[in-house]
Design a protein around this ligand. Structure first.
Ligand SMILES: NC(=O)c1ccc[n+]([C@@H]2O[C@H](COP(=O)([O-])OP(=O)(O)OC[C@H]3O[C@@H](n4cnc5c(N)ncnc54)[C@H](O)[C@@H]3O)[C@@H](O)[C@H]2O)c1
Length: 406
């Protein structure tokens, strides 16, 4: 791979795609392809919508002709490397939804005018590269080109600064040896550690298992929070005590549930493919239920502490992002908490200046409530102000000492 001469197209300019795009653009010429015109216009004006990618970086790369965003398939026709980084959510029936991947395959198949290395970074079940992406691109390819296919599941944790795309080991595998060699060359120009596995299916499964491990352990600690409360002991003190063991224990902390694009979603991809193959996925299904039920448990505790009714009470939900210090609200536990509070007759508003606007509502001031429920505690939000915003505060994060909580 010859440095800047290589042309790279990244399909999808969201959390994963834009982050990869700016890293790759330090070495290569990059087209950030996205079908959202508003995002493309913003990016070409040097405005980033993703934490961790600055407007200054974008402007510098645009000025050096290393980066351009586009909605036009013709811009990717002569690419040497194509990276797929589009969403892989669940359908309303909570089944894997590969529509975005299918549409990316259509763009690639119809647009590419020369053989390329096609790498999937989107999370999906084992077999997606071999049985879905390759046949779909071939189906839409009018020129019937022979591409190389590889997988390199993205492991980035948005907002994290100690482990990034650069220094987190990158798994990869190709459908052919040539694809694996080219993939290694591509990523080694901007990633420190590469780890090849024997088949794409292993890489795809490893990514799903990593997030399933977290989902199951979060469910376990969420159940343990309920057990601790019923026994009248502090879950946090108990976890700290257990964590003094230097081996065989890993500390997870309880929460209002799991959010984001990965933990609530990826395990269901694994469970679905397992069940399709006749294998059990009992743990995964149960963990999902426990995490989803946390919101109901928390609202139940708030009701119990407030005389058995929330009717007419002004309840402020503090923090609606799915985790601290980022603006991402996908699958946030705040949504279910708000729903349960409203079902109890509460008058609910929310405060989150990192998110700003969500579902047609704006962040409310951190004051004047009867009850506050802290779902996510951003570093920028002052604990004293949270404690002062309502006469009763229930904290689900373990960061607001002096309040009620898990
Ligand atoms: N966000 C994370 O922390 C993270 C971490 C690891 C893996 N992943 C995985 O990476 C993939 C992408 O996730 P994300 O968080 O970057 O999503 P995102 O929603 O932030 O961005 C996806 C982008 O793709 C665009 N898009 C959708 N369909 C398209 C199409 N057919 N052609 C072109 N653009 C299209 C959207 O407009 C959007 O800008 C998913 O499979 C996700 O599970 C995400």
């Amino acid at each position: 791979m010859e440095g800047i001469k290589l042309k790279v197209a990244i399909i999808g300019q969201g959390y994963v795609g834009l982050t990869i795009a700016v890293s790759a653009a330090e070495k290569f010429t990059v087209v950030g392809f996205d079908n959202n015109e508003k995002i493309v216009t913003q990016l070409n004006n040097g405005i980033s919508h993703i934490e961790g990618v600055s407007g200054e970086t974008l402007k510098r790369l645009i000025t050096k002709n290393r980066y351009i965003a586009s909605t036009d398939g013709a811009e990717i026709a002569d690419s040497d490397v194509i990276v797929i980084a589009v969403p892989t959510p669940l359908t309303p029936e909570r089944k894997p939804d590969l529509r975005y991947i299918e549409s990316a395959c259509k763009t690639i198949g119809k647009s590419l005018e020369k053989p390329a290395l096609i790498i999937n970074e989107s999370t999906s079940y084992p077999g997606t590269l071999r049985n879905f992406i390759k046949p779909n691109i071939e189906k839409f390819s009018t020129l019937k080109l022979q591409h190389q296919y590889a997988i390199s599941p993205e492991r980035v944790d948005p907002g994290r600064t100690d482990f990034t795309q650069k220094n987190t080991a990158r798994l990869y595998s190709g459908l052919t040896t040539e694809a694996a060699i080219q993939t290694r060359e591509f990523y080694s120009s901007f990633c420190d550690v590469l780890f090849e596995v024997s088949t794409p299916e292993v890489a795809e499964a490893a990514k799903l298992f990593e997030n399933t491990f977290r989902q199951v352990n979060i469910a376990l600690v969420n159940e343990f929070a309920q057990i601790s409360h019923s026994l009248g002991i502090s879950v946090y003190e108990t976890l700290d005590a257990a964590n003094t063991k230097p081996y065989g224990f890993m500390k997870f902390i309880p929460s209002a549930g799991v959010g984001g694009h990965c933990i609530p979603v990826d395990p269901t991809y694994l469970a679905t493919i397992a069940e399709e193959h006749g294998a059990p996925a009992k743990f995964i299904r149960l963990a999902n239920d426990v995490n989803l039920e946390m919101s109901e448990y928390i609202v139940g505790r708030v009701v119990e502490d407030n005389g058995g009714s929330l009717r007419g009470k002004r309840v402020l939900v503090v923090g609606v992002a799915y985790k601290a210090n980022i603006a991402d609200v996908r699958e946030t536990a705040a949504e279910l908490i708000i729903e349960h509070l409203r079902n109890q007759g509460a008058v609910v508003s929310w405060h989150d200046e990192v998110v700003g606007n969500w579902k047609g509502e704006s962040s409310s001031p951190l004051q004047g409530a009867d009850i506050a429920v802290v779902v996510t505690k951003h570093d920028s939000v002052d604990v004293e102000k949270i404690l002062a915003c309502a006469s009763y505060v229930f904290d689900t994060t373990g960061k607001v000492s002096g309040s009620h909580g898990l």
